[in-house]
Design a protein around this ligand. Structure first.
Ligand SMILES: Cc1cc2nc3c(=O)[nH]c(=O)nc-3n(C[C@H](O)[C@H](O)[C@H](O)COP(=O)(O)O)c2cc1C
Length: 209
């Protein structure tokens, strides 16, 4: 039941206190994100964890989301622009090594993935990668709540600015979604004391036996 209690406790924070999140907790959240499922299992996004105040001030310019600079940590989930054959080859090689398999043991998987992604446009690749990044975002929200760390998932940022400041295009990436971490400033955040609003479970979900 702690899971549900912790999910009820979390909310999308608007105002953070000055308290920093410990590196140990940040590292656990990062590890949880890395353990997220992804379609085809190839983790087609990368995570940037930003504390640098000047960088965060620039990234927050023009955004209504003051959390971008006024929180402890800023996480940027950046999807791949393209799923290349080289990336698939290297990833499958890594799986083989981690599972103690002979080189070439997973050639069938590798070839299937290479064939599949070669039929997709770069735009389809990018959309698909972002979807996987959002799964990581979901894990991060749960992991943060379990550690009693506050967070805010956000789409309200300037993707062009993030791309320029973080040099994402050069890395073959684009910003998919962002998340801030920190601790709520309950006295100055009107959302800190409002009850959570959600659909009744039986309206939201249907059990089919
Ligand atoms: C993908 C995504 C994007 C969001 N973008 C923003 C945002 O730009 N700014 C913000 O303050 N909240 C943002 N939110 C927070 C939602 O408004 C919030 O999760 C929703 O109202 C439900 O409330 P709760 O998370 O506090 O339970 C976003 C949430 C998600 C999942």
């Amino acid at each position: 039941m702690d899971l549900i209690k912790n999910l009820q406790w979390r909310y999308a924070v608007k105002k953070y206190s000055d308290e920093s999140v410990s590196e140990d907790k940040i590292d656990r959240i990062i590890e949880a994100i890395n353990l997220s499922a992804s379609s085809c299992g190839i983790q087609p996004y990368r995570l940037f964890i930003i504390t640098n105040p000047e960088l965060r001030r620039r990234l927050g310019e023009g955004s209504f989301n003051t959390q971008i600079h006024a929180s402890s940590h800023l996480l940027v989930f950046a999807g791949f622009n393209k799923i290349t054959s080289d990336y698939i080859t290297d990833y499958v090689e890594m799986i083989q090594k981690q599972r103690g398999l002979e080189s070439g043991a997973l050639n069938a998987l590798k070839n299937t993935l290479i064939d599949y992604f070669s039929t997709q446009t770069p735009e389809q690749n990018a959309i698909w990668s972002s979807k996987q990044a959002y799964i990581g975002l979901g894990t991060a929200l749960i992991a943060a709540a379990e550690l009693k760390v506050d967070s805010t998932p956000m789409e309200g940022f300037d993707p062009k600015l993030f791309d320029e400041v973080l040099g994402l295009s050069e890395k073959g990436l684009h910003p998919s979604v962002i998340l801030t971490l920190g601790y709520r400033n309950s006295a100055n955040d009107y959302l800190a004391s409002v009850p959570k609003a959600r659909l009744p479970i039986n309206e939201f979900s249907t059990k089919i036996n």
